[in-house]
Design a protein around this ligand. Structure first.
Ligand SMILES: [Zn+2]
Ligand SMILES: [Zn+2]
Ligand SMILES: [Zn+2]
Length: 761
């Protein structure tokens, strides 16, 4: 917590010390250049009591004007101490994330008597932009993109008045001195300004047109969510055909019309992070089918800046609000770039003159097993650190290939970047390089090594190799390669206090130490090293990654593994019969010879195979779509499971899905509904996990990797394992998917630093 106001020289630190002792909380307090900084640790209720009592019981001569707070990882402090300012200390400054508009500011924006009435850039020390406007630390106005707006006399008075809520609010602004809106067409011609611009944008959305809105951390594309034509038009222009689109509702009531809002979801939607939350969809949500085709969830967020509040209240209906980009490229952040890249997508642009220092996408969170689980970590969360169980050398980790993030360790803290995206476009690589430069600059860090994925062909790996071979600040540094699934496990361990566990690391693909494609691994160990104790039965996958959008190819390949070329005789199996005669010969040759047919243990591809056999689409438009459809198909009343025997031999144990596939085929032939097949398949995976856990003998089991975004798999596996006496570790701070890999890379490289321990036995 940063406490602002008249808090120095008035006995504030001793007061904080006594209050912490009274509440039996650990941590420390220090005077800094802006007030008093406190890190305090303990149960959440007592921390909230601490915050409340801090304000109420403060020393008589002190005045508190604002408290900025963020939730960090537990550090394991012992006792509470008063620290003395150390100007030479390391730069572990916590740059705070962007925070959704607070109630006080919102009230002002909608109060006709207030001088900030309808002002879209209203903020205070309790809310507003931070990470997206900071160009350098310390966080002071000259170091933000707000430096080009000299404060008017009234704003400056607030800024300098210790009794004001805007005391030292760096982005403080008002209609007189601050940024303003403009409405421009796709050719960049000015159409309107200020309130007229907002009105023009709202009218365009009402008419079914596509609005590009410059928001907090980048552009959003906005259309009327009720209009199938508008949503389909957006999908076509954006080349995003089936991936679900996020919605923005005007308020909590609006969100409740769209989906089921649990207590956890309310806390997320209305909290300072205000992410997109996956809500179980209402059958009568009243949004176009094209918003999330075939999906039982809707991704919903609430307005998080006054600009979004003003627009949504004016419209009175939910809108699609999706990243302003083409397909999987990074989000656009400036007008020139937006006009160039979004000109073919958006009809009209609502922009403003406050520059965005860096891209920050909207975060996505699901509530799984009773707690928030991040799927995409960006606005509201980045760049808050995750704390390791001990100090790490300063390391830069460059992440994986898809859903890339990077990470930097400074002391015990690992600063995690915002979501960067799939490293498949020039734009993504550019964003990746900017984020790395940004992090190294912001934390004034001099890494001692660069950590990357073991995959030799990942763009991130190649970048790391180029960087250490070059003349730049990373030139000459050693490289550390970390196996993908080891990084998944280490990531989950790092945010659960370290130690060791059996890692059930299931995802679509990752480069294995034997050069094959892993993805159904059971790795036992810790950050320093693991043993591959078991994996799913391997099979040859013709075309490798080409199969991710063609689930029937995974079905064919898995069946080939079980029955060889007799697979072509399965004329009654649609997924097989659908292959044209001309496709069969080359596929058969690939499967027989292994040419361009990597061997894989991927759980993601096994999901695809079962989905295709179950009659779900044989082609999809994004990785994991078939698995998602299979998850959503599950009949919750199905309690039995397909056979998935655990076979022990000389090497790692193997979960053999051969009998499972035979059983799926039998069920399909008997006309058993896909809902039942999906249920039995999920249950089989759960029993398989339990069998390996029982054989491995590790008391703790970590569930990690992209497959554990699957709510049913995660909740059932966790419940079954806990019922059998295991401690289950799940992700809470970073995604289970590849967005969490950079944290794991740091943990592994740190544990191995100087030790030279062999990574995977
Ligand atoms: Zn505020
Ligand atoms: Zn002003
Ligand atoms: Zn992965």
């Amino acid at each position: 917590m940063e406490v602002y106001g008249a808090v120095q020289g008035v006995g504030f630190r001793p007061f904080v010390f006594r209050l912490a002792e009274d509440l039996d909380l650990a941590g420390w307090v220090i005077n800094d250049t802006r007030g008093v900084f406190v890190e305090v640790e303990g149960p959440r209720e007592r921390l909230e009591a601490f915050r409340d009592r801090l304000v109420v019981e403060k020393p008589p001569r002190s005045e508190i004007h604002a408290v900025e707070a963020a939730w960090l990882d537990p550090a394991g402090f012992e006792g509470f101490e008063i620290r003395h300012s150390d100007p030479g200390g390391e730069k572990t400054v916590v740059v705070l994330p962007d925070t959704a508009t607070c109630d006080d500011c919102l009230a002002e924006v909608f109060d006709p008597a207030d001088r900030r009435y309808r002002y879209p850039f209203t903020n205070c020390t309790n809310c507003g932009p931070r990470f997206s406007i900071i160009e350098a630390v310390p966080y002071d106005r000259p170091n933000t993109t707000m430096r080009i707006f000299p404060m008017c006399a009234e704003c400056r008075r607030e800024y300098e008045d210790p009794r004001d809520r805007r005391f030292h609010a760096q982005p403080n602004a008002c209609p007189v001195c601050g940024p303003h809106l403009s409405l421009v067409d796709a050719d960049g011609r000015l159409l309107a300004e200020r309130d007229d611009a907002l009105e023009g944008a709202a009218a365009a959305v009402e008419q079914g047109r596509i609005l590009a809105l410059k928001g907090l951390g980048g552009f959003l594309l906005i259309v009327d969510a009720r209009s199938q034509a508008a949503v389909v038009g957006l999908r076509e222009r954006k080349a995003r055909y089936e991936k679900p689109l996020a919605l923005m509702a005007a308020d909590l009531d609006g969100a409740r019309h769209l989906g089921e809002v649990s207590a956890e979801a309310v806390a997320l939607l209305t909290g300072p992070e205000a992410p997109i939350v996956l809500l179980p969809r209402h059958p009568d949500a009243g949004v176009a089918e094209a918003v999330a085709p075939g999906n039982v969830f809707l991704g919903v967020m609430l307005p998080y800046t006054p600009l979004h509040h003003l627009l949504l209240r004016r419209l009175g209906f939910p809108v699609v609000a999706t990243s302003g980009n083409l397909s999987d490229e990074p989000i656009c952040i400036d007008e020139t770039e937006a006009l160039a890249r979004l000109g073919g997508i958006a009809d009209i642009f609502l922009v403003h003159d406050r520059p965005i220092a860096r891209h920050v996408d909207d975060s996505v969170v699901a509530v799984v097993a009773g707690a928030p689980r991040p799927i995409r970590r960006a606005r509201g969360y980045a760049p808050l650190p995750v704390r390791l169980d001990g100090p790490a050398p300063t390391l830069l980790a460059v992440g994986a290939h898809l859903k890339n993030t990077v990470a930097l360790s400074v002391g015990e803290r690992v600063f995690l970047s915002q979501h960067i995206g799939d490293m498949e476009t020039v734009q993504a690589l550019g964003a990746f390089e900017r984020v790395i430069a940004d992090f190294l600059g912001m934390y004034e860090a001099g890494p001692v090594a660069v950590v990357h994925d073991l995959h030799p062909d990942y763009a991130s790996t190649r970048w790391a190799e180029g960087a250490v071979a070059g003349e730049g600040r990373l030139g000459g540094l050693p490289l550390v390669a970390v196996q993908h699934h080891h990084a998944h496990l280490a990531s989950c361990l790092a945010e659960n206090g370290g130690g060791r566990a059996l890692g059930v690391t299931w995802d679509g693909t990752g480069y294995g130490t034997d050069g094959t494609v892993w993805g159904g691994e059971f790795l036992a160990g810790d950050a320093a090293g693991v043993e591959r104790v078991a994996h799913l039965r391997p099979f040859r996958l013709p075309g490798g990654d080409a199969a991710v959008v063609e689930p029937r190819r995974s079905a064919l390949a898995a069946l080939w593994e079980v029955m060889g070329e007799r697979v072509w005789d399965l004329g009654d199996v649609a997924a097989v019969a659908g292959f044209a005669a001309a496709e069969r010969a080359p596929l058969g040759r690939m499967l027989a010879t292994g040419f361009r047919t990597p061997t894989t243990t991927s759980c993601g591809r096994l999901f695809d195979a079962v989905a295709a056999l179950g009659g779900l689409p044989s082609r999809v438009s994004f990785e994991g779509q078939a698995a998602m459809l299979l998850e959503h198909a599950v009949d919750p009343g199905v309690n039995d499971a397909y056979p998935l025997p655990l076979v022990e031999g000389s090497g790692p144990m193997v979960l053999d899905w051969g009998p499972l596939l035979e059983a799926v085929l039998g069920d399909m032939r008997r006309g058993v509904p896909v809902e039942t097949v999906a249920g039995r398949f999920h249950n089989a995976l759960v029993e398989g996990i339990l069998a390996v856990a029982a054989a491995a003998g590790e008391p703790r089991v970590a569930l990690t990797g992209g497959c554990f975004q699957n709510r049913i798999l995660t909740e059932r596996a966790a419940a079954r394992l806990e019922g059998a006496g295991f401690e289950v570790l799940l992700h809470r701070r970073v995604p289970a998917n590849d967005g969490g890999i950079s944290l794991g890379q740091i943990a592994v490289a740190s544990a191995r630093w100087g030790g030279g321990k062999e990574e995977i036995a």
